[in-house]
Design a protein around this ligand. Sequence first.
Ligand code: NAI
Length: 462
Amino acid sequence: MAEFDTIIIGAGPGGYVAAIRAAQLGQKVACVEGRETLGGTCLNVGCIPSKALLHATHLLHETHENFEKMGLMGAPPTVDWAKMQAYKADVVTGNTKGIEFLFKKNKVTWLKGWASIPAPGQVKVGDEVHSAKNIVIATGSEASSLPGVTVDEETIVTSTGALTLAKPPKSMVVIGAGVIGLEMGSVYARLGTQVTVVEYLDAITPGMDAEVAKSFQRILSKQGLKFVLGAAVQSVTKGKTGATVTWKLKKNDSEASLDADIVLLATGRKPYTSGLGLEVLGVETGPRGTIKTDDHFQTNIPGLYAIGDAVAGPMLAHKAEDEGMAVAEILSGKHGHVNYNVIPGVIYTTPEVASVGKTEEQLKEDGRAYKVGKFPFMGNARAKAIFQAEGFVKLLADKETDRILGCHIIGPGAGDLIHEVCVAMEFGASAQDLALTCHAHPTYSEAVREAALACGDGAIHA
Ligand code: NAI
């Protein structure tokens, strides 16, 4: 039986970051992971492999759509699916090995296997029981299914199966117009698949600024994705080949169905905590099985902590990482802190979509007096040069104080652009602070500055 200061269960972005930080702060740390490789869902079957496929298929799309316009002649490339899969696997391996290296460098012990918590202060892995002053649960989440739908990860798939299909299908029905549905839907639409997205709500990407969501849907439709909105899926039945999805339109109760080679279930995720023994320990849980914690990530059991997708809040890798860092600092006698008001969200389609802070709808609901500074990428020289001038930057600021309250971007590099607004918000900056900051020309970031200018005396290029 080995003794540790802290044992972290799960080596995803929450867990591995917590482990590294705690070790850096002088603790004797172990991290339990049952997968063959470190990095959790994000590195193995989530964020990273999907970005590889998004990148490859984006380039393919460029060759079809824009190469000729730039005088780049010749037949567009054909797809070697096995090679694309191998490239994706290499990207994953490079990253998971990187975490292994960081564990060694920081002297974090990797306990290989699946953990349970037989008693407070104890973690069982295989036949061995280890003890620790503190235990952190960072076990992440799993895809949630629909009632009566059986996922086989071949024909009816979650995001995991969607990353490793035998071949790009002719047709695909995506259930759920959230982040996973639209990212993976984009990948296959660019590979020539007829993609139909069936969504329960009347708009795509729930919670996103409505103006951005509308623009996003229009752009994706132009890229060939079809949308059925306001549709409650009734059943998914597997046939000899493919599957049939049946839905009911909420507005008139009419039923319709569609056959497709592949059905992707992308209707959200739920905490993954089975096998830990939380019920026996008496750990309190909340809605959808999230583990309840206090402001310091401690559960109702002293010495037992939880972070990431297993607790409340957005299921995002970077939110988990921030919580991982904060919990490690708290357990090392420091003041770990996460600012939940400034957590960006990014969708890695083309164009990218990114947001931080309040949406206009939320500000209206809060009855807050605000102003809007909007700037279209049509006025941005760099965006026009790469045929991506369709989107815009929308900055929301307090009407009286000019303090930045939120930002919503659809356009090139949105996922990177959003971070200057995040930093500004962390510093409590005003829109004028952004507007007075020199931005290099020609960059996409000028559009953010112009949106800030639009909150004051007006943008220059609109
Ligand atoms: P999501 O919560 O983003 O979207 C699920 C969608 O499914 C919603 O629009 C919902 O209204 C719809 N839906 C639910 N039940 C339905 C039904 N019966 N019929 C039709 N539509 C239905 O969930 P998603 O896309 O599965 O992603 C899971 C989590 O992973 C999210 O928290 C997401 O933020 C995270 N994620 C983040 C990524 C990123 O940051 N780029 C990438 C992938 C996932």
